[in-house]
Design a protein around this ligand. Sequence first.
Ligand SMILES: Cc1ncc(COP(=O)(O)O)c(C=O)c1O
Length: 416
Amino acid sequence: MLWYPYTQMRQISELPKMVSGEGVIMHLEDGRSLIDGISSWWAVIHGYNHPALNAALLTQANKFAHVMLGGMTHNPAIDLAAKLVSITPEGLNHVFFSDSGSIGVEVALKMSIQYWKNIGYHGKSKIISLRNGYHGDTFKAMEVSDDSDFTRAFSDVLRRGFILDIPEGGFDADAAVVKVATDKLEALLQREHQNIAAFIVEPIVQCAGGFNIYSPLYLKMARELCTKYNVLFVFDEVATGFGRTGKLFAAEHADVTPDIMILGKALTAGYMGHAATLATSAVFDSFLGDNYEKALMHGPTFMANPLACAVALQSISIIEEERYLRKIEKIQSIIREQFDTFTSPAIVAKRSIGAIGALEMKDVACLSGFREFSQQHGVWLRPIGNVLYLMPPYIISEKELLTILQVMRDWVQQIK
Ligand SMILES: Cc1ncc(COP(=O)(O)O)c(C=O)c1O
């Protein structure tokens, strides 16, 4: 029997069964069709069954579907690495592939910890992360994620580092408000820097932790502090990368280069799992030496899978050629316009940026029954806790987007 994720299997009810997809539409076995409002966990940015992505996949499959990257190389991997270096913030020059976002985070943390050893510092092994952060489900990724239903069962085995709060005030917070948060960061760094390898953040938006948006100024100031106190700054852009926040990468809002950046999800447009961990030359160079002691001893079987690389290259071309950032800007303005018309007292906060819109509700009970309601109205949405959100594929039409927003409005407006 199939074991589903994040599910109490005893309570599982009959699930909608998808049989085909076209654009943003998921066709179900029972004849219904749903508009995908969350891009299948934020990955399917071009929608389903995209002709150019299908063609890229088939062309590569007809050559070879997979080859190990140990002791062998191939053009899809070389070309994708070069492309990622050219589109990410200046200075991220080296690309290590892996098979999922969580593993990409593991690689980033291994790089961070080993980096300091490689250059002769000892004892720098703890990680700072942010409250409400989420970085994946593997052990080290859980360690740097906030305590939640996702990590609770393992709290006795997780070696926690340090947790800080994001600044209050959202994207446009006052400098004085941001300073409250960076002062806390500086105090921690001053006290503990000799024990700390890295500070990992989801830049600008914490997604799974409730779609909390914070100021780019925090990232700018944190960048300076990390450099000052000899701590690597790591951006987990698994959710925010490839346009989701309105810039190609969230780092661009702050105009900073992290030491390490992780990409996943939309990297392969939802066609298969893959991730990339990018590092600066300073990080990469520390792994150079005459023996294995300094090398990065990591190598997932499917790293740089040629099908994944071919689809990723095609996906990035589409983003560039079809000027997706404009589409995302339009999505942002429609979400904002529509959210302004939502007046329910059950809404505690409305947050939006790029192709993300989130409504924080008074409590989880406000969303009880929402999934059935939205499906009855032809829309696929899946709230996280007390947050009702949309993260649609970028190819969504205005009409389809308005349908999703109408369903959200109808639901929240009827809550007493
Ligand atoms: C910011 C962030 N990092 C890492 C991950 C883990 O990615 P994956 O589910 O591909 O392991 C996620 C997944 O939601 C994420 O949002």
